[in-house]
Ligand binder design. Structure first.
Ligand SMILES: [Zn+2]
Ligand SMILES: [Zn+2]
Length: 259
């Protein structure tokens, strides 16, 4: 894939490998625009993200890599930010970056995608959990704070599937994404998880295409060897739906590219 905007670094305490190793993999895969978007600092769930004090070195290291590799690949700077009312911080929201990814990893403080807390899934109404998740995505889009929607249907990660119609549950979220002029990422990480398919699903992606919501591509790599893994599948999926263009960002401005 020629654009890959969602990749992590060891600063978040749950990724491995140096920036150079990630970049070397991206170059090997033929990526033209490769972005780091590590988990932004926040006064919540501190163990899975960098600290505010580390922002400066993170940004400096990415900009250093941008310079170092400029003849081979364009390196971009971003953050993946948790949409969490009351915890989002202006130091992140106003950081001088190419883009911000908005993601929902928590429902009422519960880290639903964390294997440590998988037990909670069995104590709740699955349809209700799904609806709460998409309500949070809708609120995230309406906040207007972010450029990219991170893994739109991450809620399926452990394959606790609802009985209700998923597209209907996600309908208001998709309309809000369209209205906010946000970009949807096609995220490979789902292929590495129990659900064994991309985020978002084919059905949700079809609806996004119908609404003319643009897309970008994302490895969501937490290890260098995850960079561009399953990239043929995800590009194929986008093409089958009808997409011909993807997006990258420079200074929070959309740029379109044929893929
Ligand atoms: Zn992560
Ligand atoms: Zn994420």
């Amino acid at each position: 894939m020629i654009v890959d905007l969602h990749n992590h670094t060891p600063l978040c305490n749950h990724a491995q490998g140096s920036m150079d190793e990630y970049i070397e993999e991206a170059i090997r895969a033929g990526t033209q625009y490769f972005g780091f978007s590590d988990h932004a600092p926040m006064d919540f769930d501190l163990e899975y993200r960098m600290t505010f004090a580390q922002m400066q070195s993170y940004e400096r290291d990415v900009l250093h890599a941008k310079e170092k590799y400029k003849d081979k690949i364009e390196i971009l700077l971003g953050y993946e930010v948790d949409y969490l009312e009351g915890h989002m911080d202006s130091r992140v929201l106003h950081a001088k970056v190419d883009y911000l990814i908005g993601s929902v990893h928590f429902i009422e403080g519960w880290g639903f995608d964390n294997p440590e807390f998988i037990g909670r899934w069995r104590e709740q109404d699955i349809d209700e959990v799904w609806q709460k998740y998409f309500d949070a995505i809708e609120a995230m889009a309406k906040s207007g704070l972010f450029d990219i929607v991170g893994h739109l249907d991450l809620i399926k990660v452990f394959k606790f599937m609802p009985q209700g119609d998923i597209n209907a549950m996600a309908n208001k979220a998709l309309l809000a994404i369209k209205k906010a002029d946000m970009v949807l990422e096609l995220n490979i990480a789902g292929y590495r998880k129990d659900v064994k398919e991309a985020y978002p699903s084919r059905d949700l992606l079809k609806e996004a295409y119908r609404l003319d919501i643009p897309i970008t591509f994302a490895s969501d790599a937490h290890k260098p060897e995850q960079v561009a893994l399953f990239n043929e599948q995800i590009v194929q999926l986008a093409k089958e739906i009808g997409y011909t263009e993807c997006v990258y960002f420079i200074n929070r401005e959309k740029k379109f590219l044929n893929f």
